[in-house]
Design a protein around this ligand. Structure first.
Ligand SMILES: [Zn+2]
Length: 163
C-alpha cells in the first residue's frame, strides 16, 4: 500500500519476552527494507508477574462493545488528542491474524474524528513478525479515513502521505 516509509518502532528481543538477538532484528529489518526500526523492551519486573492477560482467554476479560468501555475509549481518545499524542496501531501481540489488530476499526474511526495521528507497529516478539499484518493495518487506517501515517525519520516526526 502506498506510503513512502516502512517503519516499526515496537519490537521485543531476548532482552525481555521476545526471541532473537538485537542484531537478528536489525538484519531482518534491513532485508525487508525498513527506513526506521525501534525496540520497545518491557521494563524489568523484580517479581513474578501474574497480571499478564492470557492470550487464550482474551475475550473472557470484557466485551469492547459494552457502553462503559466505549465511554472509556472516547475519554481516552479525547485525552490523546488534547495532549497531541500519537496513537499506535498494533498488529500483532494478542491474537494471531488481522482480527488481532488493535485498536479496533471502530476505535480508529473515532481517533480519526479527533484527528489523532497514528503509527503502525507490529509489537514483534520474533524477527519473522517485524512487518506482521502491516498491509491489513494500512487498509484499516485508510478505511477509517487516514491518508497519512506519522513516521520518525532521522531526528523528527514527519507525515508519510499515502500516494
Ligand atoms: Zn510490546
Amino acid at each position: 500500500m502506498g506510503f513512502c516509509f516502512k517503519t516499526n518502532y515496537h519490537s521485543h528481543s531476548e532482552f525481555c519476552d521476545g526471541t532473537g538477538q538485537l542484531e537478528e532484528y536489525v538484519k531482518a529489518d534491513i532485508n525487508k527494507g525498513f527506513d526506521a526500526f525501534g525496540f520497545s523492551g518491557h521494563a524489568p519486573r523484580p517479581f513474578k508477574n501474574d497480571g499478564v492477560i492470557q492470550q487464550n482467554n482474551l475475550l473472557s476479560y470484557f466485551d469492547e462493545t459494552e457502553n462503559w468501555h466505549k465511554s472509556e475509549i472516547e475519554t481516552t481518545l479525547e485525552c490523546i488528542a488534547d495532549n497531541k499524542q500519537i496513537l499506535e496501531v498494533n498488529t500483532g501481540v494478542f491474537i494471531d491474524g488481522p482480527s488481532g489488530i488493535f485498536p479496533s476499526a471502530w476505535i480508529l474511526q473515532i481517533a480519526k474524528n479527533y484527528d489523532i495521528p497514528i503509527i503502525i507497529s507490529s509489537d514483534a516478539h520474533s524477527t519473522d513478525r517485524i512487518d506482521y499484518y502491516f498491509n491489513e493495518a494500512k487498509i484499516m487506517a485508510k478505511n477509517a479515513g487516514y491518508n497519512k501515517l506519522k513516521v520518525f525519520i532521522g531526528d523528527k516526526w514527519i507525515d508519510d502521505e499515502m500516494v
